[in-house]
Write a protein that binds this ligand. Structure first.
Ligand SMILES: NC(=O)C1=CN([C@@H]2O[C@H](COP(=O)(O)OP(=O)(O)OC[C@H]3O[C@@H](n4cnc5c(N)ncnc54)[C@H](O)[C@@H]3O)[C@@H](O)[C@H]2O)C=CC1
Ligand SMILES: O=C(CO)COP(=O)(O)O
Length: 322
């Protein structure tokens, strides 16, 4: 039994390290040939996950056929914007685990990464999501995650990834699990703006608590179960991300406040909240649903509004009952 991990960024590498350290033969597909060769030669992913040794059972490759050869399943860990083109260039796997956190919006409404993988491959897909920073998972710090999807395959993912430092719960609410993981990135951008503006702990707690309500409103309207958003893949991931020094989303919020330009924001890695917020706001407009925090993040990140003005506007909203 072999596993293919698609995407040699921080998360793909961390998941591949986790599996290989359990003795699971794992092939890690890197988009760029030079990157696969560097991983082979140095036994370390210096660009995306420095300081973590690549175990012997992990084989990095750029060759699509080699990556998928004999794989029982493929773990998709590329940024959401690269999902379609990645699956287009790779041979199919029997089934998939989607570890990507993102949101798509188009003619068919809101779609999650696992739904996109399922539509493109016509194979079963389990989503793996939770408060899971790659830097900590790869260093074997205690972590919990959720495998959501068809029960038999979710259990298989649980057995495959579980170990002394990685505890996997199963869930049937794949949509809720993925919506939680996408919305928390938008809220982490807002949290980073509060940090950057030095508005204090009260402001950050208020923003995240109201943001959690927004996650629940958005997520349940789209078919997620309310309890999922108060679990690991919702509140859990929101806490991990919004208070983290690792988080690229939170850091991008801080950098937006400092006037760092839009292109430079992703210097440390993909910032999924910048894309997810577009899908959230487009859906809210179409459905006539208010999403005040997401709308504020959108105005700052994509329309050039001053962050302080956006936060003042949130404070000045019509008084209401909690
Ligand atoms: N870093 C983390 O701690 C976690 C990340 N995730 C999610 O995993 C996904 C990937 O994130 P990271 O690995 O952190 O990203 P990263 O920024 O560390 O790496 C991105 C990887 O994608 C590749 N890439 C960029 N554009 C591409 C394209 N057009 N086609 C194919 N490959 C492309 C890059 O070469 C690089 O290997 C995201 O959706 C993220 O939200 C989920 C949980 C934890
Ligand atoms: O999803 C993550 C932690 O669960 C990673 O967060 P960032 O993408 O903000 O770094």
């Amino acid at each position: 039994m072999r596993v293919a991990v698609l995407g040699a960024g921080a998360w793909g590498t961390a998941l591949a390290v986790l599996l290989a350290s359990k003795g699971v033969p794992t092939r890690l597909w890197a988009r760029r040939k030079a990157q696969a060769e560097a991983l082979q030669a140095m036994r370390e992913n210096r660009d995306y996950l420095p300081g973590v040794a690549i175990p012997a059972y992990l084989y990095p490759t750029h060759d699509p056929e080699e990556a998928l050869e004999g794989a029982e399943l493929a773990v998709v860990a590329v940024p959401s914007k690269a999902l379609r083109e990645t699956l287009a260039v790779l041979p199919p796997a029997p089934w998939y685990v989607s570890a990507t956190k993102g949101l798509f919006y188009g003619g068919e409404g809101v779609r999650t990464p696992a739904e996109v993988v399922e539509a493109l491959t016509q194979r079963p897909v389990v989503a793996l999501s939770g408060p899971n920073h790659a830097e900590e998972v790869a260093r074997f710090l205690p972590t919990a995650s959720v495998a959501a999807g068809p029960e038999d395959l979710a259990r298989r993912v649980q057995a495959l990834f579980s170990g002394p430092t990685f505890r996997v719960y199963t869930s049937r609410d794949r949509r809720g699990v993925e919506l939680g993981g996408a919305v928390k990135n938008v809220l982490a951008l807002a949290a980073g703006m509060v940090d950057g503006l030095r508005l204090g702990d009260n402001a950050k707690a208020a923003l995240l608590t109201r943001g959690l309500r927004e996650m629940v409103r958005f997520g349940t309207a789209l078919g997620g179960e309310e309890a999922t958003f108060y679990g690991l893949a919702g509140l859990g991931d929101l806490l991990a991300t919004a208070y983290s020094l690792h988080s690229r989303n939170r850091m991008a919020g801080e950098n937006l406040v400092r006037g760092v330009d839009r292109e430079a924001l992703e210097a440390r890695g993909v910032v999924e909240g910048l894309y997810a917020v577009k899908a959230m706001v487009a859906w809210g407009k179409e459905q006539g649903v208010e999403l005040p925090v997401a709308e504020a993040v959108h105005r700052v990140a994509h329309e050039g509004l001053d962050p302080l003005a956006a936060l003042k506007a949130l404070m000045a909203r019509e008084p209401k009952e909690e």
